[in-house]
Design a protein around this ligand. Structure first.
Ligand code: FMI
Length: 354
């Protein structure tokens, strides 16, 4: 059965994945090259094809998910959804000890997208998979049930929006309503109807690691050093919760406003601290003893390649806003082919005088 026949036969929710043949063609070409160049007289044991696969990115076929925007819906319909999320954010300013829901919504959008693997096309925000195990119960996603629950009221009101679109739009609304930059966004994620396409856990970063680990992991997401440093600047919002991650505390003094303060704070003085009950190792600021950094955050200023961007963004908030907006929009679209669909930006409540 061809990919086109498969696509036509399957219902909307299952018609997204096209297994491209270029991976297979590359495999054949590489195999031919290997055996043609292995023409000495002594018969060689035939190496299994799978030995060649790592050179091709570890997989014979790359999945491409095609965006299928919610039928008949316009930018205005999505602005309406945005407005309802934004109003709910505003009404919950006292959430999480006064930090508001900004942080958890940005984290939901990021973790929904952060499973993407550019080498095989798997993961990402396309299928809204975080309602299925093992993704829903990934220890790295601990606490995100609160963010999904926060948005479920919006899902009831707008049953036509896919989970992936809702969760990513939630992140966009949180950034913009926290006075952050405008984030370009497009609809077209579809709902997985079972767990068959859910990738196994282990794709989201581990906060206890070092710079080379961070670099490798974000490379899998197709992110450069500059994009990686820009993205992690979102730690300006929200905080860590001992009950979820074992880490504890906010990164900045204004966790409900999107700023470049993550970088200015990071360049200050920090000392190691062990979290009382979890025993996790993190860092505490010398100036106020009220802020925290993760080991991975600290690695950004220790590594030469990352440090230059930490300094740049600490000095120039507008540059950070511009680079963050581009990297975050790219993160949310990882693994999805939107074709020539126009990109949208949404007005904040303030801009609409709402
Ligand atoms: Fe971060 N994060 N983050 N983060 N994140 C949070 C909270 C949090 C890591 C670890 C980590 C990005 C990258 C990375 C974001 C945004 C982003 C927490 C605390 C941890 C341990 C969770 C809790 O509630 O206890 C890393 C080191 C490993 C996964 C990492 O690479 C990126 C790229 C982004 C956005 C683009 C935000 C906003 C929060 C606050 C969540 C909240 O509930 O306030």
């Amino acid at each position: 059965m061809t990919a086109a026949t498969l696509r036509a036969a399957a219902p909307r929710t299952g018609s997204y994945a096209k297994y491209l043949v270029f991976g297979g063609a590359a495999t054949v070409a590489a195999t031919a090259f290997y055996f043609n160049n292995n023409n000495n007289k002594v018969p060689q044991p035939q190496k299994p094809l799978k030995n060649l696969l790592p050179f091709l990115g570890g997989s014979a076929a790359k999945i491409v998910n095609t965006a299928e925007p919610e039928q008949g819906k316009t930018q205005q319909d999505f602005q309406q959804v945005y407005n309802d999320i934004a109003k709910k954010i505003e009404a919950n300013g006292d959430y999480d000890g006064g930090k508001g829901p900004y942080g958890m919504l940005v984290r939901l959008a990021w973790h929904a997208s952060g499973t993407y693997n550019q080498y095989n096309g798997q993961g990402g925000s396309y299928g809204g998979g975080m309602i299925y195990a093992p993704e829903s119960s990934d220890p790295e996603n601990a606490g995100l049930v609160m963010a999904k629950d926060f948005l479920s009221e919006i899902q009831y009101k707008y049953p036509w929006i896919s989970r992936g679109d809702l969760w990513t739009l939630g992140g966009v609304a949180a950034i913009q309503e926290a006075s952050g930059p405008k984030i370009k966004w497009r609809p077209g994620r579809v709902n997985y109807v079972d767990a068959t396409k859910i990738v196994k856990n282990g794709n989201l970063p581990d906060a206890t690691r070092d710079a080379s680990y961070v670099r490798n992991l974000f490379k899998r997401l197709n992110m450069s050093d500059q994009e990686t440093v820009a993205l992690i600047g979102a730690h300006a919002l929200g905080s860590c919760h001992e009950k979820y991650s074992g880490f504890d505390g906010p990164w900045t003094h204004s966790p409900d406003v999107f700023t470049n303060q993550f970088y200015t704070e990071l360049l200050g003085k920090w000392y190691p601290k062990v979290v009382q009950y979890s025993g996790r190792h993190q860092f505490e600021d010398e100036a106020t003893h009220s802020l925290m950094m993760l080991p991975t955050d600290m690695s950004l200023k220790e590594d030469e390649g990352f440090r230059k961007y930490v300094k740049l963004y600490a000095e120039d908030e507008q540059l950070f806003f511009k680079d963050f907006a581009a990297a975050f929009a790219k993160l949310l679209e990882g693994g999805i082919n939107f074709g020539n669909a126009p990109v949208w930006t949404f007005k904040t409540l303030e801009e609409q005088h709402l």
